[in-house]
Ligand binder design. Sequence first.
Ligand SMILES: Nc1nc2c(ncn2[C@@H]2O[C@H](COP(=O)(O)OP(=O)(O)OP(=O)(O)O)[C@@H](O)[C@H]2O)c(=O)[nH]1
Ligand SMILES: [Mg+2]
Length: 292
Amino acid sequence: MGESNISEPVFTFLNLKKLLVDYKPVRETNVSAANILLVGQIGAGKSSFFNSVNSVFRGKITSKASSGSFEHSVTTAFRKYKIKDFTSGKFLNLRLCDTRGFEDELAMDIQEITYILDGNVPDQYQFNPMVPITPDSPRFIRGPDLTDKIHCVAFVVDGSTIDVMPDKVRKQIKDLQVILNQRNLPQVVLMTKLDKICPDVEEDISNTFSSTAIANAVKKVGEMMGLPRGHVFPIKNFEKETKLTLGVGFLLMDALQQCLDFADDFMDGQLDKMDSEGKKTREKIGYMCTLS
Ligand SMILES: Nc1nc2c(ncn2[C@@H]2O[C@H](COP(=O)(O)OP(=O)(O)OP(=O)(O)O)[C@@H](O)[C@H]2O)c(=O)[nH]1
Ligand SMILES: [Mg+2]
């Protein structure tokens, strides 16, 4: 089939998919893949986001990560998921890092999440809310470099239950944001469950950007998180579907592309920091040489 036979939405979808398959992190950093951390309340759709993105590149609906609803987090281990594009056979140069959800009664350990951000926590690490990870834990990564660190944090927020988010969960988000701001880590919001916010969108996902209910929810989430509206991406995960759909896939990939842009900004900033620190060290060594 020639390109002229492809409809415009399909063409845009394929272009976006290709952009993601071809993505490479900022070259000078030597970082092989951008690490995007998924955090948020239990049941918000973190694991489903990974499953949905994985499905788009797999070419069919898959559910590698366990998802569902339970009184405690369904996800119990830290996972740095790779994604393979089955059309080209290539792995994407990004990792979706899935975590345990924030719970009302079981607060996250702020030190543990800091270790995740800094790249100390290994893939497949089994969380134990009673005993958070420490430098003495087996497999704790000592001396992580930029490759191990998180480069962008995506808060996954259920857009249909913003008004009833428990205060304790809001507080955990705010506490985490303080740490992210200290590290200059970019923050975005993946606002899930669009289908539950607006019946028109449930019927046809392409109504997302004309829906007042969605626009209001984006505004509300942005205000709650203290983030510009341009950092809030409305998405819907595949949950009851048996087949991939273009519109849902497009929103997922567009959000992912934006996360990668933010991750690149962070890596660029780290590069500048390393450059200026290297310059300072070189100046110091030069100064010491002139003294001796
Ligand atoms: N209607 C709808 N349901 C969704 C969407 N995303 C996720 N779900 C459902 O929400 C439930 C929770 O999804 P998960 O992906 O397990 O949520 P999680 O954030 O990983 O939860 P924990 O691992 O417990 O922290 C599942 O039943 C999903 O099918 C969505 O966009 N729309
Ligand atoms: Mg999960």
